[in-house]
Design a protein. Structure first.
Length: 183
């Protein structure tokens, strides 16, 4: 890959996608136990490959190492083929937003939640802008009283999954604005 094409993504993005798949494919309950050998290999989220990738993305997140955009696009394409793709992208977007919010300092989270709204809202908007840019590669724009996210056409999740991938960004924006008390 040439340096001009080597864009990178925060590891939280592919990590949240694979964790959503793992959660959706997890066998739960005693009734499923007897079918486990038959279905374990057919469920993407229960494969050793997915667990290895989740460990890899966790390590990359701990060390601050970005993931190549092409890898995230390919993962998004794979997930988009599933019948439950929209739900998976929605869950991953919410999880990414919650984790990103959780990475804010407690002082910033507290100021957003406990300061008077007239002071807290501009702080919350700035934090939302920073988080959206860092984790989603998107910009936050104001249109009157509405806030909207401007996702670039080449954003890795929507580039790999088009329509279902947009759900990732919509869910993430809604969750982030809710957490930052901007809704």
């Amino acid at each position: 890959m040439s340096p001009a094409n080597s864009m990178s993504v925060d590891p939280l993005v592919p990590l949240s996608l694979l964790e959503a798949v793992r959660e959706a494919d997890r066998l739960d309950g005693a009734d499923d136990a007897e079918y486990a050998p038959e279905f374990i290999n057919k469920r993407l989220g229960t494969t050793d490959t997915v667990y290895a990738q989740i460990r890899r993305y966790n390590e990359a997140a701990k060390r601050g190492h970005p993931i190549q955009e092409d890898e995230v696009v390919a993962l998004s394409r794979l997930i988009a083929r599933r019948p439950d793709a929209i739900e998976l992208f929605r869950n991953a977007g919410i999880a990414t937003a919650r984790t990103a919010y959780g990475r804010l300092s407690s002082i910033k989270r507290g100021s957003v939640n406990y300061l008077p709204r007239i002071i807290a809202r501009p702080i919350a908007r700035r934090q939302a802008q920073k988080l959206l840019l860092r984790y989603f590669g998107a910009a936050l724009n104001r249109s009157g009283t509405m806030l909207q996210m401007d996702v670039p056409a080449h954003a890795p999740v929507s580039a790999g999954a088009t329509e279902p991938g947009r759900e990732y960004y919509d869910a993430a924006l809604n969750e982030l604005l809710s957490l930052l008390t901007l809704t």
